[in-house]
Ligand binder design. Sequence first.
Ligand SMILES: NC(=O)c1ccc[n+]([C@@H]2O[C@H](COP(=O)([O-])OP(=O)(O)OC[C@H]3O[C@@H](n4cnc5c(N)ncnc54)[C@H](OP(=O)(O)O)[C@@H]3O)[C@@H](O)[C@H]2O)c1
Length: 108
Amino acid sequence: MTDRKLDGKVAVITGGSSGIGLATARLFIAHGAHVVIAGRNEAALQSAKRDLGGNVFTVRADVSRPAELKLLMRTAHDALGPIDVLFANAGISECPDIFDTGESFLTS
Ligand SMILES: NC(=O)c1ccc[n+]([C@@H]2O[C@H](COP(=O)([O-])OP(=O)(O)OC[C@H]3O[C@@H](n4cnc5c(N)ncnc54)[C@H](OP(=O)(O)O)[C@@H]3O)[C@@H](O)[C@H]2O)c1
């Protein structure tokens, strides 16, 4: 790939061991990024690492737990330096239907 839009950049992808996160990790690596993928299951992370080849660093973390999220960011920073891209991919939205969304939801 000649157009390496993320050359040398550090990217953290939560939920990087499968699906959209894994596909994004593959694309970011192809664009020259140093990628950190995070997920809860260590075996899935290692499988993704084998799948992705080089330039990937794994961190086991449950992003619904603030302490683990903090540790993920600290570990990524310590390993690869300042983080340029964060893809907060893991998680589900609990927003109500858009027609049921009011100010009280936004401020709660
Ligand atoms: N696929 C779709 O059609 C679609 C449509 C709209 C929105 N989305 C959203 O896009 C995102 C990715 O979807 P996907 O289909 O690619 O999902 P997926 O294949 O099920 O992958 C989810 C990834 O997130 C990780 N994960 C789940 N809970 C986590 C947690 N608490 N902490 C850290 N990692 C966690 C999983 O690994 P572990 O289980 O090992 O933690 C896995 O790597 C999700 O937020 C989903 O809601 C998907």
